[in-house]
Design a protein around this ligand. Structure first.
Ligand code: DX5
Ligand code: ZN
Length: 218
């Protein structure tokens, strides 16, 4: 059970100290947005490189960008330890996942709430994680979509059938009140932005989320 706090909800003027505040987490989730795939703009490779130099935890880069086939491998080459691209934006997801892995990172694909998982089941052979979005990508602080839990179960079942170690990540509206249903459905990596950085102590929030998820270890 792993916790990946999203720095989208952190203070962008103080990212080094914001990363240090989540040193007890497993990952730092970095939301890359390009104003095209989603209507928001955040950061790109130069900032990821700077974060890598100071982060106490590995970086989990979630690319909400057009043309990930072209851009995703660069994040792995920069040193990001996990790189997730959206299937809705990818033209050749197999080649993209392979290029990410060839650069030494874990590869993952993400599905938006309106995107079915079934057409992408064969892609499990190429990745280390599947991200099931539990909000429409683009912004932090949105309401959790419980109607995505059947998809989390479906991914977990497909992973179980295949065997091997593929993680199932949820992202969006994950908090102390929603994390248990995610874990129960089969998620094992939990992204939380506002539920971590919106609290007085990010470290306490990470510990609380972890304890709740652990109750449903599978
Ligand atoms: C949304 C991003 C999320 C976001 C989550 O597009 O992918 O990672 O930061 O924020 P919360 O946890 O506040 O919903
Ligand atoms: Zn994200």
């Amino acid at each position: 059970m792993q916790i990946s706090p999203s720095i989208l909800s952190a203070d962008f003027a103080n990212l080094q100290s914001e990363l240090e505040a989540i040193a007890t987490a497993d990952w730092a989730h970095v939301d890359v947005m390009d104003n095209h795939f989603v209507p928001n703009l955040t950061l790109g490779p130069p900032v990821v490189e700077a974060l890598l130099k100071v982060s106490p935890v590995p970086l989990d880069c979630h690319l909400m960008i057009e043309d990930p086939d072209r851009w995703a491998p660069g994040y792995a080459e920069a040193g990001a330890q996990s790189v997730t691209f959206h299937v809705e934006a990818a033209t050749d997801p197999v080649a993209t996942a392979r290029a990410i892995r060839a650069a030494g990172a874990r590869a993952a694909f993400a599905v938006k709430p309106g995107t079915d998982f079934a057409p992408y089941e064969d892609l499990l052979a190429e990745v280390d994680m599947v991200l099931v979005m539990t909000v429409e990508p683009g912004f932090g602080g949105q309401s959790f979509m419980a109607d995505q839990m059947p998809k989390v179960r479906q991914v977990r079942e497909a992973v179980r059938r295949r065997g091997g170690e593929i993680w199932v990540q949820v992202d969006g509206g994950v908090s102390a009140s929603t994390i248990e249903q995610c874990a129960e459905a089969g998620a094992d990596v939990f992204v939380a932005g506002s539920a971590v950085y919106g609290k007085d102590s990010a470290a306490d929030a990470v510990a609380e989320l972890r304890a709740l998820a652990e109750k449903h270890r599978h």
